[in-house]
Design a protein around this ligand. Sequence first.
Ligand code: NDP
Length: 520
Amino acid sequence: MPDDGASTATAPAAGDGAAVNPLRAGLQSERITEPCSVVFFGASGDLFKRMLLPAVYSMALKGTLPTDFALVGFARTQYDDAGFRDYCRQQLDLFMPPDRKPQGPLWDDFSERISYITADFTDTRHFTDLKERLDENDRQFNTAGNHLFYLATPPSVFPEIIKRLKEAGLDTSSGWTRIIVEKPFGTDLASARTLQRAVEQVFPENEVYRIDHYLGKEPVQDILALRFANTIFEPIWNRNYVQSVQITSAESLGVEERGGYYDHAGALRDMIQNHVINLLALVAMEAPISAAADDIRDEKYKVLSAIETPAYADVWSISARGQYGPGTIDGHPVKGYRQEDEVDPDSNTDTFAAVKFQIANWRWAGVPFYLRSGKRLPRKIAEIAVTFQPIPHRFYGESTDKIDPNVLVIKIEPDEGISMRFEAKVPGPKEHIRSVYMDFNYGSGFGVQSPPAYERLIGDAMRGDQTLFTRWDAVQRAWELVTPILEVWEHTKDFTFPNYAAGSQGPASANALFSGWRRI
Ligand code: NDP
């Protein structure tokens, strides 16, 4: 009998009522079939223990890892294999949810596949040891010469690792070789180009996976589905109907233990250049000719190329920057940025950045795209809000009623979903008008939690799918767009810093740039 998918697999039996959710059809995860060894450079670091190891172990729990799999940790901290396995177990105990702790036969099998090399990235001998370990993995775990290298180290050592991989002959193998490069890809245009030269001398573009974990989030992937798996949005997705687009990525956290890193980065570099500009590309790009990775990435690059590069003279009129002072978050007093550990007490670093971009093409001419990101704002939120044009002529509602334009909000975090604001008549004899909302939430809609971004992205790299990884041309273009702003900001000390209180909506200059920001 033919399997007609959702209708037969999940159609509720009589009496099942709401117990069966038809949206759950097809949610099963599939095992990645190609065997491989994954090497984590920086395996004693923060990202590995909090995100990468839990992502891989979670894949093991779900049965999505290849059956023939091995994991190699590589860092300076001294461990032997047994010590590193214990370390991994302790971290999983800390960072996995209570019902998914490492235990039983699954953990035993997983841990047997873990090994570690105590190494310095500057010493080629340790890379020769790594090669021997990978050969050994091929024999013991049938990993077929397929190697995935994950650079989870400070970016300053990326070029060194890449050079040593080549010296040790690890740039090729009997199977495939792929390299995941953590963010940031460069700290400015020049350093990004230098890093790219180091990368391309060893690995061709189809082996390079530049990670931006935002792109692994389900609601971000759903932007293309919303736009191109429906007919009702695309006809109005242009300058004729859209008044403005605003993209927000806000956090209530400060710099935590990363003051030393952040004081050389800032919000524009740390968030806008990568995550927020990537969101803009997905919202504004044209329909790709297929879902192939390069067809999608071609369109992303095309729309980024159409954004007008800011002129130095225009920087102040298209941007706003801020730095938080002491304030209150969730009722608790918090210190100001300049009082944070490892931050220069006279720092000129932006902890808030807002930018207005214009896209010079037929679809978007004249529609402003407002981007903002900041720390110590009232709450953690990431969203894209598309505000449509106001009604052309008003004849309805009481004269005191405000008729707001429609707004479509793509919610990325903490809520994951889509919300549409529209105007409705308030019940009763009078013709009062008020804004109401249609909401879709992925969690309750599909009855399932979205897989963590790193899990999705590591799985994609194992499959050889580059769709959600950023191609060099787009990275370079994003740096070109923010560079004039970065340069002007860095060469002009802001004597008003700190210019927003922790827990407030950001600096007044952001409102001067755009008065229509949504409340955070
Ligand atoms: P950490 O400083 O916590 O860890 C760095 C790792 O690199 C450690 O394992 C360290 O080894 C190793 N390392 C550094 N230099 C050398 C060397 N010369 N030889 C051998 N090992 C070395 O950094 P994070 O884990 O926080 O960050 C790693 C990467 O991930 C960075 O690119 C960061 O920008 C990116 N990232 C991190 C996020 C996070 O939340 N942590 C979020 C998004 C991106 P050892 O300590 O043993 O010396």
